[in-house]
Design a protein. Sequence first.
Length: 72
Amino acid sequence: MKKTFKLEDLDCPNCAAKLEKAISEIEGVRKASVSFIAQKMIIELDEGDLAAVIKAIPAVAKKAVPDCTVIL
């Protein structure tokens, strides 16, 4: 299953790479792709883990890139 999220205040490509790596490490996420230009993130995840992954995303994102906000 794929899910797309809008991002706010993602400042640079380096921050996008940090965010992508951090989100990819959440249990249940198969792949994360973050676009600095489009200010969006696409994740591929296991269907059974959707609620747990969505709950974990904001905290993980804030830890990796404090200025960035994920719009759920």
